[in-house]
Write a new protein. Structure first.
Length: 160
């Protein structure tokens, strides 16, 4: 079942890179009592993700934060090392939290898996964005396959 507006974010463990290496973080810690913009994409260093999706949030992070957002998070079915390297390559600094869903547990729990095995990429995340307030989804924007039209920072700004 795909997550929808009004649903609570499932309790899942993700990873982020810290000074001491990968560190576990739960969705409960990430979303409780906060307004979060989460956007997810098929993979770090892939064409649309690197050329448009993540860069849009890098450019607009201040405007998003000014709308009362506590955290902007980017999620992909990659490991914490890859997410950290990609974040550095994209100059995210501390403006965007790079979340690693290495085993795809969150992606599967929210019903956003994308099977790209035919393209030698395995099971990844669909491209989407959502606004989450205190752990409850208030807005979700899921892309049609192969598209990048509704999950970008410019759309999120109009929804905040």
């Amino acid at each position: 079942m795909t997550i929808a507006v009004g649903d609570k974010i499932p309790s899942v463990e993700l990873a982020v890179m810290s000074a001491n290496g990968p560190q576990s973080v739960t969705t409960d810690e990430l979303f409780a009592g906060k307004k979060v913009v989460l956007f997810a994409l098929p993979g770090a260093f892939t064409p649309t993700c690197s050329a448009a999706h993540l860069p849009g949030y890098v450019v607009h992070h201040e405007a998003i934060r000014e709308k009362g957002v506590d955290t902007i998070a980017c999620l992909s079915v990659n490991d914490a090392f890859v997410m950290d390297a990609w974040g550095k390559a994209q100059n995210v600094d501390d403006n965007i939290l790079m979340l690693a869903d290495g085993s795809g547990n969150f992606t599967e729990a929210v019903g956003m898996s994308l099977d790209l095995t035919a393209r030698h990429m395995g099971v990844r995340s669909d491209r989407y964005s959502m606004i989450v307030e205190d752990g409850v989804v208030t807005q979700i924007n899921r892309e049609a396959p192969g598209k990048f039209e509704v999950s970008g920072a410019d759309v999120i700004l109009t929804q905040l």
